[in-house]
Design a protein. Structure first.
Ligand SMILES: [Zn+2]
Length: 210
């Protein structure tokens, strides 16, 4: 499943090379020194707790540029830290899967690694749910081969399959659709294989790969 929106990719936390990007915000050298010291400390705490974290220390580009850049690359979580956050002992966390204010939260620096781990789990689950919803909304129950053929033109086909790899291979040759998965929740009962018509006890989800 591919995740994305108008801003680019959204990587599921479990797959993301960088799960969290830390963007320091400052206007002068004094702020820079203080913010970077705090950022380095948080980076090591997060890394020690097992989060794959990247500190964006690039000079000469604005925080806004960095935000957009990492959004496009799909990093699931962004941590912003500036002088105001230092004063409050907190940071801002922004979820990639929920753009704008809705996905932002203020989190204490105390116990941050646990809060980050929990949020990454939530993002993982939310993306999974979204992908499942998308698949359900675009899946046609295809009992006949012609139905499967037209369903995979635009989405997914859910069809009985006899379990024979030969049928799967033929479907692939003729429609370019492959079996994406056999859902864990099977409808039960039996049907006829969408390709050969032999008795089938499993349904598979067929779709084209792009
Ligand atoms: Zn078959």
């Amino acid at each position: 499943m591919v995740h994305g929106d108008d801003q680019g990719l959204i990587l599921p936390p479990r797959l993301a090379p960088h799960q969290l990007v830390l963007v320091p915000i400052f206007k002068n050298d004094e702020e820079r020194t203080a913010v970077l010291a705090a950022a380095l400390k948080l980076r090591s705490e997060l890394a020690d707790a097992g989060t794959r974290v990247k500190l964006d220390e690039r000079e000469g580009v604005s925080p806004g540029f960095k935000f957009n850049d990492w959004e496009m690359r799909g990093v699931p979580l962004r941590l912003e830290i500036g002088p105001k956050d230092l004063a409050k002992g907190s940071v801002v966390l922004a979820r990639r899967d929920r753009p704008g204010r809705e996905g932002k939260s203020f989190v204490s620096q105390q116990g941050l690694p646990a809060a980050v781990a929990k949020l990454l789990e939530e993002i993982q689950q939310s993306l999974f749910d979204r992908a499942l919803e998308f698949r359900k909304a675009h899946t046609v129950d295809a009992g006949y081969y012609d139905e499967l053929k037209s369903a995979v033109e635009t989405g997914f086909a859910s069809s009985w399959w006899c379990g024979d790899a030969g049928c799967e291979e033929k479907i692939k040759e003729e429609t370019k659709a492959t079996m994406r998965c056999i859902p864990l929740e099977q409808p039960g009962g039996t049907g006829k294989c969408v390709y050969c018509g032999k008795p089938a006890t499993e349904k598979g989800i067929f779709a084209r790969a792009y």
